[in-house]
Write a protein that binds this ligand. Sequence first.
Ligand code: ADP
Length: 408
Amino acid sequence: MTPVLVINSGSSSFKYQLLDMDTERTLASGLVERIGEPVGAARHTVYATPTDGPSPAFLDATRTRELPIPDHTAGFQVMLDAFAADGPSLTETPPVAVGHRVVHGGARFFEPTLITPLVEINIDELSVLAPLHNPANLAGIVAARTAFPAVPHVAVFDTAFHQTLEPPAYTYAIDVDVAASHRIRRYGFHGTSHKFVSEAAAAFLGRPLAELKQIVFHLGNGASVTAIDGGRSVDTSMGFTPLEGLVMGTRSGDIDPAVLFQLARRAGMTIDDLDELLNKRSGLLGLAGSNDLRDIRAGIERGDVRARLAFDVYVHRLRSYAGAYLAQLGGADVISFTAGVGENAPLVRAAALATLGFAGVEVDPERNAAPERGIRIISTDASAVTVLVVPTDEELEIARQTLSVARS
Ligand code: ADP
């Protein structure tokens, strides 16, 4: 058994997952939340692992506890207590490494990195670019290093996969000196997922990653699309922050920046108001009152015109990016869909690609609608471009990268 613990830390909560990297199965997972509030909560789930060959781990037992959790360090103690009480035992088989999701690696981190005090300082310094995320990620790292002082800790950055973007793809057309002094450029996010999905697609098709031109749509609550040439990210829809690009659950995606000037001047909105408007009250939520595509679909069935418009705007943006990335790549071999919407909404997948027949993209309606769960082809046999649904697994990808750094 080669256990690796993966930590995804937010400001008032963290998620964890323990994986056995011999089998790449999840042994346990959990969520510690409401850190710093009067009563916090900790959920710990243990998975029984079937012994008869590869199949997904299945849910065995979950226990939720409520208790005060003043800070992340206390949260890690609660997690350790949960492992001690419900298993698997971390004293019998301690993790060989701990992997941490870190949102922003700036232009400095382009690969998974062994965490040292200097790396912590760098992650902290990058909080200028990700004020909500990096401090929270760092709080998790510091607490986890206290809880597991003897094992290597590795940072896996959401931005790292996109560090292969060339200057024309990452440069905003603004004054170069202003941009340079504030590190304004496109960074891209969801990199761990885009990397995982593009590699899984190549492996599934039995084709060398280096030979494939791929477009990956990661459509969850946050959504982004990446053009990948030979395993390298060459363009991606999120930019300086995760606000740019596709229409998302609550984020606007692309918008004329002059709209902000107008709202500031005419509606008296402050920078914080505008931040909140575009990040939290826009996207599907702003258009139709729910950030959940299932509600949008139900609304359309009821004849709700706002839901219809929200869906159409969402799809219009997907098509624009599909076309743009076909142009940037000079065609594609594979188009993949992943995350909550990408894996579960055949309607979105079909609509996103419906106009691309001219480019050799042909989705098979029956394959697309089939209620299967694993990685699968949804294009016709005649389609020149293979269209896939690829369930993403960011924790597994973080664990893989963590182990490779820990072993090197
Ligand atoms: P996150 O970006 O928070 O990780 P997910 O990738 O889990 O989110 O995606 C969550 C979203 O996926 C939901 O808000 C919903 O819009 C969508 N979704 C989940 N299940 C379905 C489903 N069965 N059909 C359509 N959309 C779904």
